[in-house]
Design a protein around this ligand. Structure first.
Ligand SMILES: [Zn+2]
Length: 387
């Protein structure tokens, strides 16, 4: 048995004993944050967030009053929504032929006078030298892990842009964030060609008169909460004591552990928060007119985060249309999730069975070419389930 279950059971008991106290503390923090949201004024808060020198946590800039609530808008009934979602299999050095797989699922749903739907999947096998490595910042980097994730995000936006071009005026919807996972966590130089490529796809969608947005279910970000804490700080700027919650009775220390979703749990169904501009470095420095903005929205079943590029954020009728389409989409979705994202996701998923199919396709291709598929001994043991 790989787990010490009796020790785990004792600790689970302790955790259960703590849960009431934790929930009471969380409620206190949420109330404190909402009070601050009610007191804060947009432009001085924006200036204070912009001016800070230390960067304790990711904070966003309010474009509207933090307390602003936008009333529910009517559902849009005549529209086309397109979306893409991806999954991938990473390189594994035990494989007979080194490779990765990116699978992009897509959906186009049209409602109104002439309804229609089209679903698609594009599976890409990377095996050439140029697929397996990239030269970035003067170094040769294996295209795997985080970097493969970034390539997949770029492919998703490419697919959405392609559909937007074929269906002018569509809503192009991405599952997850518009902030490209930073290749700079691995590399020094930015913007890399991947950032430029990603933004060229967003630009292509924009030129087709599309509205581009992304949808995040159960968002964990605390950028607005962090901004409110910066605004509430009695010091000139939050210091370490504030950040680690050791600032005694400082107002900024009264809500250190909650996220934006908690703050906006008081939105009524269909309502959204005001707009905020994200300060994620990659967006703030390199996205230009595509800079990521966001709002929180009560979909009827949860508080979701919706991200949009700057050119959508500053277009009131595009924003209204976006929310109206999302309302129509969640009503058609399962458990309040936009239908188009569900369809694209189902097309993108790589199941255990798909994995075996990919392996056998590769093995038979190798066999035909006269090369036996030599899997490493270690991998054989893993696949047999050990001893
Ligand atoms: Zn502080």
């Amino acid at each position: 048995m790989p787990l010490d279950l009796s020790a785990l059971a004792r600790q689970a008991e302790d955790a259960a004993d703590h849960i009431e106290a934790l929930q009471a503390e969380r409620q206190r923090q949420i109330l404190a944050a909402r009070e601050e949201r009610g007191r804060a004024t947009g432009s001085p808060l924006a200036a204070r967030v912009r001016a800070r020198v230390a960067r304790p946590g990711m904070a966003a800039i309010p474009l509207d009053e933090p307390r602003q609530v936008v009333r529910p808008l009517a559902e849009v009934s005549e529209y086309t929504v397109v979306s893409a979602d991806g999954s991938h299999l990473d390189q594994d050095h035990h494989d007979a032929i080194r490779h990765w797989v990116i699978n992009i699922g897509s959906a186009r749903l049209t409602y109104g006078a002439s309804p229609g739907a089209a679903l698609g999947t594009v599976t890409r096998l990377g095996f050439r030298r140029g697929d397996l490595y990239r030269v970035m910042g003067g170094r040769r980097v294996r295209l795997q892990g985080q970097l493969l994730n970034v390539v997949r995000q770029v492919d998703e936006m490419d697919a959405v842009a392609g559909l937007c071009v074929r269906h002018p005026g569509a809503l192009g919807l991405i599952d997850g964030t518009l902030v490209l996972s930073s290749p700079s966590r691995l590399l020094d130089e930015e913007p890399t060609e991947l950032v430029a490529l990603y933004l060229s796809h967003v630009e292509r969608a924009r030129s087709s008169r599309a509205i581009v947005a992304s949808y995040i279910s159960r968002p964990a970000a605390a950028e607005a909460v962090t901004a409110l804490r910066i605004g509430a700080c009695p010091e000139r700027e939050c210091d370490e004591a504030c950040r680690f919650g050791e600032g005694g009775s400082r107002a900024c220390g009264a809500f250190t552990d909650i996220c934006d979703r908690d703050l906006w749990e008081d939105l009524a169904p269909g309502e959204r928060s005001g707009l905020w501009r994200s300060l994620w470095p990659i967006s703030d420095r390199y996205y230009g007119t595509h800079a990521v903005h966001f709002f929180y929205w009560n979909s009827g079943s949860e508080i979701a985060r919706v991200e949009v590029p700057g050119w959508v954020a500053e277009n009131q009728s595009a924003l209204d249309r976006l929310v109206g389409v999302l309302r129509a989409q969640v009503r058609r979705g399962d458990q309040g999730y936009p239908r188009a994202l569900i369809e694209a996701h189902h097309r993108a998923v790589i199941t255990a069975q798909d994995r075996r199919s990919i392996e056998s396709v590769l093995a038979s291709a190798l066999a035909r070419s006269g090369n036996a598929a030599h899997t490493s001994a270690k991998e054989t043991i893993k696949r047999l389930g050990g001893i």
